[in-house]
Ligand binder design. Structure first.
Ligand code: FAD
Ligand code: FES
Length: 313
């Protein structure tokens, strides 16, 4: 089933699991295929958009496989779909595959651990607006904190086909172990300027920051960005920052972008009960340009990507 709007189509589709593997402590990567009409629709999934997954009928793992911190909540019923972005989407000869990177944090993501090749999941999408990189931008800085990396990896994938754009990724986390990448970065913890394979495969340079200094820059990813901007002094009008991660990080990224007069888009997160502008539960307070007043926009419909200047953090 699909619904047509002026510029995009979205609907409820089945996705078939191709693989589901653990890539780090609490991090998994699922590869999905969208058969039938979903193949065409999800081939156009833009970086920064999201989809709502129905995980209500997925089985729980065996009790000993459930992380101890989640044993009390894992058995809860899942009434609502859960929103996820993709970190990679490929479409070839009519077949569309999407990769999802997830962190196990509660009842729905605990169940995702048990998805196996051949299983089907109901997915509503593509939803939301996605990042938009204007043609005049020649340098794109991707800033992620913790699990904020999936839509930025997808953006790196899509932008890598543009030879006129230089992309630099900055990835931050509390410690090396909390970086949601396949390589275990603690092994190269002293190395500054390590190239993350997930970005390197698209020819994208990457920098790591960890709060405890266990890999890359010792400090917040926002300080790493500020240091880099100070050293390289890129032309502001040709540069754009795209950020996804905890709200406190997004607030600081937006502040830095304003100070440096660089355009900035931030991916906002809210609990999304419906994902389609019905429940009004995902409000984001936004400034009205040229006024001191604010209004509420819906993260699922007007976002999740917002101009960093408009969000009231
Ligand atoms: C647009 C969008 C894209 C996302 N993409 C990804 C992704 O690619 N990979 C990934 O692992 N996660 C992603 N998430 C977050 C994901 O939706 C939640 O981790 C998931 O819903 C948790 O479900 P759960 O039942 O396992 O845990 P829950 O019990 O629902 O949540 C566990 C904890 O996480 C917090 N939480 C859950 N959802 C959100 C949210 N939306 N905003 C802030 N805090 C939240 C809860 O308050 C709670 O403390 C995305 C969220 C949004 C809004
Ligand atoms: S999630 Fe329901 S209106 Fe946005």
């Amino acid at each position: 089933m699909s619904e047509t709007s002026t510029s995009s189509k979205r609907g409820v589709f089945e996705a078939v699991v191709c693989s589901n593997r653990q890539i780090g402590p609490g991090f998994y990567r699922i590869r999905l295929e969208f058969p039938g009409e979903g193949a065409k629709i999800f081939a156009r999934f833009k970086p920064g958009q999201f989809a709502e997954f129905d995980l209500s009928t997925v089985a729980l793992p065996a009790p000993e496989l459930i992380p101890e911190s989640l044993r009390d909540v894992a058995g809860r019923n899942i009434l609502l779909r859960r929103p996820f972005s993709f970190c990679e989407v490929t479409s070839e000869r009519g077949r569309t595959f999407a990769e999802l990177l997830y962190c196990v944090v509660g009842p729905a993501t605990v169940r995702m651990m048990t998805l196996s090749p051949g299983d089907s999941i109901s997915v509503i999408g593509p939803l939301g607006n996605g990042f938009h990189i204007p043609k005049e931008k020649k340098r794109v800085l991707l800033i992620s904190g913790g699990m904020g990396t999936p839509p930025l990896q997808h953006l790196a994938q899509v932008l890598s086909s543009r030879a006129d754009v230089e992309i630099i990724a900055f990835a931050g986390a509390k410690t090396a172990k909390a970086l949601p990448f396949e390589s275990r970065l603690d092994e190269i913890s002293q190395q500054l300027g390590f190239s993350i394979p997930e970005y390197a495969r698209y020819g994208v340079e990457s920098l790591i920051a960890t709060d405890d200094g266990s890999a890359g820059y010792h400090g917040f990813v926002t300080d790493c960005l500020l240091t880099w901007l100070g050293e390289t002094n890129p032309a502001a009008e040709e540069t754009i920052i795209c950020a996804c991660g905890p709200e406190v990080m997004l607030a600081r990224v937006a502040e830095i972008a304003i100070e440096k007069n660089i355009d900035c888009q931030v991916s906002m997160e809210r609990r999304m009960a419906c994902g389609i502008n019905l429940c009004q539960g995902c409000a984001i307070e936004c400034r009205i340009p040229g006024s001191n007043e604010t209004l509420y926009k819906m993260c699922c419909q007007d976002g999740p990507i917002f101009d960093g200047r408009e969000v009231v953090f």
